[in-house]
Design a protein around this ligand. Structure first.
Ligand code: NAD
Ligand code: DAU
Length: 378
């Protein structure tokens, strides 16, 4: 079926992988990448698909209701996959207003424009879909409950289930009560509520998914993995927050994009699906694996970059542990992560080392000011 789909935030990290997947897989669809191109948006992420006939880029702010309503009419949009957001927790601590504006008001603006346009059509909401991409951070934080003295398997070769059970037996489920702690997660939680309210109040066919930490190519180097790979390359300190004991659940970004494709086409309206890799890592262990991999691939003596580890003041309100249970998605729609973490991290490090020009372009100009403001004197 011919479809006209807007993917918001398509020039960002996850969005660019979703755009690439859709453009390659669905030549009959009209794929519109809508992005404001903030510091996090980068059209170089999509060089390989920019000339495809089924792809179009539109520079727009999701808060611009009039412009988005006009675009819906012009392009006869029948599907929205909404990823555009301010996405970095540390920035949200410094500038919460920008997060409320984009993540809350921007989402509301898209919802209202979609409502007005779809309700004006004879078929109304039939065949339409508003798919909102959210995060596991809205659920709050879990405890570290592994028994004292029993060390989890700190290796990449440990199986996913070993990693999954290494740090506790409680997880985030689709039914877990929202309990966001940072301005970022509070804004995402608020936007999730608006999306669900548009289903419950107006009957809009919405879906929400909550995903764990993504890693892979094209991630802006403010996030842990690309930041540390780049710092190792430049022999800069690796700023580990607190004691490095926080736990995150890591998923390769292309696996997230595959899940989004599946859920967009096969997911049930009004449902929520958790997406996660069953792959928990304590930050400091993940950092050691990263260092080992970068050193090996750069030809440095193994572990020589361990000396760059620098413990710095912790992030305010730093959530201790995230762990997603994605059983529902696996059972109902048959999705599974395709990559073991060992392969994923190797692929990721290789990509950043092979694409130094991409990184150097991003880290020239304003980036150094950001870096200074975030890390100087910490
Ligand atoms: P990102 O910061 O890399 O990209 C965000 C994109 O949104 C950028 O291209 C930016 O230009 C665009 N954007 C920002 N404000 C905009 C506005 N007002 N109008 C239009 N475009 C705007 O983010 P990401 O890491 O790719 O995350 C994408 C989505 O996935 C976000 O909604 C995020 O909350 C969610 N998410 C991210 C992760 C993760 O680990 N990165 C995990 C779960 C969920
Ligand atoms: O869980 C999903 C979320 O994952 C997404 O919703 C967010 O958009 C995404 O940014 C990510 O949030 P985190 O805060 O978990 O990611 P970040 O890469 O910023 O940090 C990962 C962990 O590493 C976290 O515990 C903080 C720590 N950290 C981070 C940085 C940038 C450090 O120790 N030092 C650092 O310099």
């Amino acid at each position: 079926m011919k479809r006209s789909i807007v993917i918001t935030g398509g020039a960002g990290f996850i969005g660019s992988h979703v755009v690439r997947l859709f453009v390659n897989k669905y030549p009959d669809y009209n794929i519109i990448n809508l992005d404001k191109l903030t510091y996090a948006g980068n059209l170089a992420n999509l060089k390989d698909v920019e000339d495809r006939p089924n792809y179009k880029f539109v520079r727009m702010d999701i808060c611009d209701f009039e412009a988005f309503y006009a675009l819906m009419q012009e392009e006869k949009v029948d599907g929205i996959i909404h990823l555009a957001a301010e996405s970095h927790v540390d920035r949200s601590i410094k500038d919460p207003f920008t997060f409320a504006r984009t993540n809350v008001m921007g989402t509301l603006s898209l919802l209202q424009a979609a409502k007005l346009y779809w309700e004006s059509l004879p078929e109304r909401y039939e065949g339409k879909r508003f798919y909102h991409i959210s995060t596991d951070e809205v659920y709050g934080a879990l405890e570290l409950t592994h028994p004292e003295g029993i060390e989890p398997p700190f290796t990449t070769t440990a199986s996913s289930s070993e990693h999954h059970l290494a740090y506790g037996t409680d997880f985030f489920y689709e039914t877990t009560k929202y309990n966001p702690h940072s301005p970022y997660s509070a804004a995402k939680a608020s936007s999730d509520h608006f999306v669900r309210a548009y289903h419950d109040t107006y009957g809009m066919p919405t879906i929400v998914t909550n995903c764990s930490n993504n890693y892979g190519p094209y991630q802006f180097p403010e996030k842990l993995i690309p930041l540390f790979i780049n710092n190792i390359r430049h022999r800069r300190p690796l700023p580990v927050y607190g004691k490095g004991e926080n736990v995150r659940d890591w998923l390769y970004v292309e696996d997230h994009a595959r899940a989004i494709d599946l859920i967009f086409h096969k997911g049930t309206v009004a449902e929520t699906y958790n997406i996660g890799g069953f792959n928990e890592w304590k930050n400091i262990d993940l950092i050691r694996v990263m260092i080992k991999t970068v050193d090996r691939l750069l030809g440095n003596p193994e572990g020589s970059s361990l000396e760059l580890i620098t413990y710095v003041t912790d992030r305010a309100g730093h959530d201790l542990r995230y762990a997603i249970d994605s059983t529902k998605l696996q059972k109902e729609l048959g999705w599974e992560p395709s990559l073991q973490f060992e392969e994923g991290i190797e692929k990721t490090v290789r990509w950043y080392l092979d694409n130094q020009e991409w990184m150097d372009n991003i880290t020239s100009g304003e980036y150094e000011k950001y870096y200074e403001s975030m890390y100087a004197g910490r």
